[in-house]
Every structure is written in structure tokens, then in C-alpha cells.
Design a protein. Structure first.
Ligand code: HEM
Length: 194
């Protein structure tokens, strides 16, 4: 579900250039089905009380890699902008819950297009009104899927679910991230090539 925290410009946002039918074919390509939506929703209950702890791990990962932290650097002195990091962190927390809620409808598709834009020079820095690095390089988007989903697994396992359910929740997260980052890529791809 779209949230005020994560995507406050919802009213003015155009629909996604990808239709729900297009997205169905992307889901089929990733073997994402109804069961994955169910396991994502199971993960909602598991993760709801752990969002800040998950963000501590993910932010720790970004902060410990200067080439990633550079995307949060101020233009004027090259230092990470704490206000920017904090603003994005709030939206990131909501995104965890939106991903797990798995209501991947037309509004959600339109939100994905917006998240892509916010990584790209056409939309970055606008939400937080910061003067930071212009653009998140596309080459880092896809590889970050691994650390994000790998480090999530202990959190998925922490509420005592049997290992096969933890694996299925984890797999559903991997598929969802592959689909989302594919959607976010659209703004980076030459017109007509997506
Ligand atoms: C699997 C890959 C990634 C995921 C799941 C992810 C997730 C997110 C989310 C949920 C947001 C907040 C979106 C919103 O405004 O509602 C965000 C923003 C942001 N991410 Fe990523 N991200 C990924 C890759 C990267 C990479 C590789 C970088 C570069 C270091 C990066 C840097 C940023 C920055 C700078 C913002 C703030 C953009 C703005 O100005 O609004 N992200 N990301």
C-alpha cells in the first residue's frame, strides 16, 4: 500500500509506464506467484517489530562502503549529509513494510517508477531538498540485492518459524527485489529498450 511517509507526492504522480498486465509477465519470469505474496505477508508480521534493527544493518553496510556512501554526500564538502540519511531512512522503513504487504497493484507500480526516479538524476535529492550527489550509478543497484536479502534472513528466522518457511519468505523477498529493481531500472534504460 502507498504510504504518506514513503511517497508523499502520490496525488501528482503519473501512472507507471508498465501496466499491471506487463507486470504479470515480469512476475511469471521471476516465478513469482500467489504463494510468494503469502510468504511476503508472513514476513510482514515477522519484520514489523524489527524494522529499525534491519535498517541498522543495511545502513551499516552502506556506511562501511565509501563508494555507496558517496550517494549521500553533500556537494559542498563531500561529507555524508545526516539529514538526508535520516530522511531516506524513514522512507526505507516504510518500504520494508510496503514490500512485505505485497499489494502490488497499479498504485504500487506507479510508486516503483517514482523510486527509480529518486535514484536517478531526474528525481534524486528532490524529496529531501538536499544538494547531494546527483545520481546513484546504475551498476550498484542490482548487486545490492544480494546483501539486502542475505542480511534479512536472520531477521526472518528470529521468530521461530520452521526453516522451510524462513526459506520461502527469503525467496519471496529475493524475487520481489529482483522485480522492483527491474522496475526501477526503467528510468535508466534508453527509450524503447525497456
Ligand atoms: C537493491 C537495491 C536497493 C534498494 C532495495 C534500495 C531501496 C531504497 C529505498 C526504499 C529508498 C527510499 C525511496 C523513497 O523515497 O521512498 C531509497 C532511496 C535511496 N537510495 Fe536506494 N536502494 C537500492 C540501491 C541503492 C544503491 C546501490 C544506492 C547507492 C549507494 C542507493 C542510494 C539511495 C539514495 C541516495 C536514496 C535517496 C534518493 C532520494 O534522493 O530520494 N540505493 N533506496
Amino acid at each position: 500500500m502507498a504510504s504518506d511517509v514513503s511517497l508523499s507526492m502520490a496525488a501528482s504522480r503519473p501512472p507507471s509506464p508498465i501496466t499491471p498486465d506487463d507486470f504479470e509477465l515480469m512476475k511469471k519470469t521471476a516465478l513469482f506467484d500467489h504463494e510468494d505474496s503469502q510468504y511476503l505477508r508472513m514476513s510482514y508480521e515477522v519484520l514489523a517489530g524489527q524494522v529499525e534493527a534491519v535498517l541498522d544493518v543495511w545502513y551499516g553496510f552502506v556506511a562501511s562502503h565509501p563508494h555507496l556512501l558517496a550517494s549521500f554526500a553533500r556537494k559542498r564538502d563531500g561529507q555524508p549529509d545526516p539529514g538526508y540519511l535520516a530522511g531516506v531512512r524513514k522512507r526505507f522503513g516504510q518500504w520494508i513494510l510496503d514490500t512485505a504487504a505485497a499489494n502490488y497493484d497499479a498504485t504500487w507500480l506507479s510508486n516503483q517508477f517514482e523510486i527509480g526516479r529518486r535514484h536517478h538524476r531526474t528525481g534524486k535529492n528532490q524529496t529531501d531538498q538536499v544538494e547531494a550527489a546527483d545520481h546513484v550509478p546504475f551498476r550498484y543497484l542490482i548487486p545490492l540485492i544480494f546483501p539486502i536479502t542475505h542480511t534479512l534472513k536472520p531477521f526472518l528466522a528470529s521468530k521461530g518459524h520452521p526453516p522451510e518457511q524462513v526459506d520461502k519468505m527469503h525467496q519471496a523477498w529475493v524475487k520481489s527485489l529482483l522485480l522492483q529493481v527491474a522496475l526501477w531500472s526503467q528510468v535508466y534504460v534508453q527509450p524503447g529498450d525497456f
